[in-house]
Design a protein around this ligand. Structure first.
Ligand code: FAD
Length: 307
């Protein structure tokens, strides 16, 4: 029986594992892919105290740091269910069940993709999902933002400060963002908004993005835009499908609701990072969340020692 079982091996899970192990707790990590989204990131320039690094390099350092401690890391394992009995029981897709006194869930999230030709090929080479992360890489260039909801319009306002020109492409006939954001974006001289626009292809030169094509849904005509970058802002999906039926309280978006201590609706189960209601999805924030969750798990365990 683990004292703390961490589900997920991204920055939140790695931080949780280190904090738990440093409390002398019997700690395990179950991760489908160690490193999580960081493994897909080219350049990271906002991990404070490290001016610039690359995702795979940071992942290797995370793994090395976790391995400094006695942590049972189970890689390439996918959690498929959680049940609450005498202990917490984590079911794995391979049929095994792991028992734990407390759990830290850090299964992260994934960006909703456009699913058009070229998107996968140019991911990290012009196709981006995080304006906080990649915006400054497009200084002086033209970019598009796909999606006219709150995150798309926030991204457009943010990017307008950094890049030469922003084109927002919204699928519906009007923007879906809050009125105050719509007003703000309309006031910016270097932002163009196109509604009824369905992106059909990401164009590139083999190395990087050069533009995109979209269909005007009213006229059915195809148009082409020349661009250096495409920010896809059509939703972030938390990896919580596996918690269905567990009784875990999720928001309508599927995020795990946590309090300031990382506690969830299930006693002894804590959560951290992009899978939670934490409003800002960033590496440094996920790490802080992982630390909080494990310190809370420790607090919980010392109060339930007779169990
Ligand atoms: P994740 O990194 O998503 O990790 C989730 C972990 O859970 C993974 O190990 C995954 O395999 C595992 N998992 C999921 N489901 C299961 C399951 N059922 N069973 C077992 N394991 C499971 N942030 C920055 O701060 N700076 C940047 O420059 C930056 N650039 C980014 C660029 C890209 C392309 C992307 C996609 C994101 C970027 N981010 C950046 C955001 C940052 O990567 C995330 O905020 C951060 O990784 C979240 O960490 P996490 O540990 O919560 O989740």
């Amino acid at each position: 029986v683990f004292d703390v079982l961490v589900v997920g091996g991204g920055p939140a899970g790695a931080a949780a594992a280190i904090y738990a192990a440093r409390k002398g707790l019997n700690t395990g990590v179950v991760a489908e892919r160690f490193g999580g989204q960081v493994a897909d990131t080219m350049s990271i320039e906002n991990f404070i105290s490290v001016s610039a690094t690359q995702g795979p390099k940071l992942v290797a350092q995370l793994e090395e740091h976790v391995n400094d401690y006695q942590v049972d890391v189970m890689k390439n394992q996918r959690a498929s269910g959680l049940s609450v009995g005498n202990n917490l029981e984590l079911a794995l897709e391979n049929g095994a069940t792991l028992k734990a006194k407390s759990l830290v869930i850090a299964t992260g999230a994934r960006w909703r993709t456009m699913n058009v030709p070229g998107e996968q090929e140019y991911k990290g080479r012009g196709v981006a999902y995080c304006p906080h992360c990649d915006g400054p890489l497009f200084k002086g260039k033209s970019v598009a933002v796909i999606g006219g909801g709150n995150s798309g319009i926030e991204a457009a306002i943010d990017l307008a400060n950094l890049v030469e020109h922003v084109t927002v492409l919204e699928f519906a006939d009007s923007l879906k963002a809050d009125e105050v954001l719509i007003k703000k974006v309309h006031s910016l001289s270097n932002v163009t908004i196109i509604t009824n626009a369905q992106t059909t292809e990401v164009l590139g030169d083999g190395q990087k993005v050069t533009g995109l094509t979209y269909m005007d849904r009213q006229s059915n005509q195809q148009h082409q835009l020349e661009l250096a970058g495409i920010f896809v802002q059509i939703g972030l999906i938390p990896n919580t499908e596996w918690l269905e039926g567990s009784g875990m309280a999720l928001t309508p978006f599927g995020e795990i609701a946590i309090d300031a201590k990382g506690a969830t609706s299930i006693s002894g189960v804590f959560a951290a990072g992009d899978v939670t209601t934490e409003p800002y999805k960033q590496i440094i924030i996920a790490m802080g969340g992982g630390a909080t969750a494990s310190l809370s798990a420790f607090d919980y365990l010392i109060r339930h020692q007779s169990d």
